[in-house]
Every structure is written in C-alpha cells, then in structure tokens.
Write a protein that binds this ligand. Structure first.
Ligand code: C2R
Length: 188
C-alpha cells in the first residue's frame, strides 16, 4: 500500500515536472521599463504553455553594446526564441536579429503620439536577409508573440504541442458560447 502511494506521488511529481519546464527557453526584452505592462502579456501566454522565460530591458539605441552582447550570447545560454518589444523608432528587434540566428519576434509598442504605427513600420520593414516576425501593435501582439514562441518550441516538444492544440479547442468553444448567447438574446 505504501509502495503504491509512493509510486503515485512520484508519478504526480513527474507529471508536474513535465507540465512546467524549468529551463529558460524564451527571452523577452523591451526597450524600456515603460513597455512592461504590454510585454507582460507575452509572459502570461508562455506561462499557459508551461514555458519558462526571462524578462529584461535593453535598448539598441541607448545601450548598443549591451544589446549586441545579449543577442550574441543568447543561443549559448540555451535560449531558443527571443521576443523584443519597443516603441517609436523601434529598432530593438531588428538589431537583435542582426546579432543572432535565433528566431526573433518583434512587438510594436504604442508609446508615442503615433500610437504604434511608427513602431510597427520600424519593426516590420526589415531588409531581406534579417527576418523579424512582427506581430500586431500592443497587447494583442504581445499575447501572440508568446503563443508564436510556444508554437516554435512546440515543433520539438510534444507536451507543448498538445497544450497548443487544447488552446485552439478552447478558443473554438469560446466562439460557440458567444454564438449561443447572442442567438438566445436575439431570440434566434
Ligand atoms: P522611455 O519610456 O524609456 O522614454 O522609452 C522604448 O521601447 C519605449 O517604448 C520610450 C520608448 O522608447 C523605446 N525604445 C526603443 C529603443 N530603446 C527604447 N525603441 C530601441 O533601441 O529600439
């Protein structure tokens, strides 16, 4: 009986360890701490898929050496995907992509009077040869950056791939519920 209980609890531990990765696979960086409120959404998305991440501030313009150093060393530290958010003349993601072969996802932050159109164009309009996977402006973009990073990791990780499939099912159920609610309130 004791052995059965021990076996059950060790199985539970294994499942727990499988569910939450301990190795940091994604690095989320942003041009300033003023971007944190939006960039936090990328972290929240990664948490849903049990993926460990780190977060930091670095700036291609204000701290070019620090940014280059971060980008050059990321792969060697075991990072698999970099998410970079910046506003205004948002060159952070592009400059990071110039210094690493890791996939870089850019999040345009709406932090100036141009409300993110400036950041979007600065992030997305990369010259051929240095891709940055640019997502939508602001909060939805940050969420999608987290999901996209999970999809990249899911290519080689069955547990993450399974969680991604469940995520899609949840989205579809949400639409079903909204449809039911709308039709019943409309008398349809
Ligand atoms: P502050 O709030 O620090 O003045 O920053 C940041 O991402 C932020 O949205 C204002 C905005 O400047 C952006 N920033 C960049 C870069 N560094 C900071 N676009 C860069 O290197 O690309």
């Amino acid at each position: 009986m004791l052995r059965l209980r021990e076996a059950r609890s060790s199985l539970r531990m294994t499942i727990l360890l499988r569910g939450v990765m301990t190795k940091t696979l994604v690095s989320i960086v942003m041009g300033s701490d003023s971007d944190l409120e939006i960039m936090r959404e990328a972290g929240k998305a990664l948490e849903e898929f049990g993926i460990s991440y780190e977060m930091d501030v670095t700036s291609a313009h204000r701290a070019p050496d620090r940014t280059a150093d971060f980008a050059r060393k990321a792969a060697g530290r075991g990072i698999q995907v970099i998410i970079a958010g910046a506003g205004g003349a948002a060159h952070l993601a592009g400059v990071i992509a110039a210094h690493t072969s890791l996939p870089v996802i850019g999040v345009p932050i709406p932090s100036t009077s141009l409300q993110g159109m400036d950041s979007l164009l600065a992030t997305v309009q990369m010259p051929a040869g240095i891709p940055v996977a640019t997502v939508a402006i602001g909060r939805p973009g940050a969420t999608n950056a987290g999901i996209l990073a999970a999809q990249m990791i899911g290519l080689g990780d069955a547990a993450v791939a399974q969680k991604l499939a469940r995520h899609k099912e949840k989205l579809a159920r949400g639409v079903e519920e909204k449809s039911k609610k709308l039709r019943s309130s409309w008398g349809g």
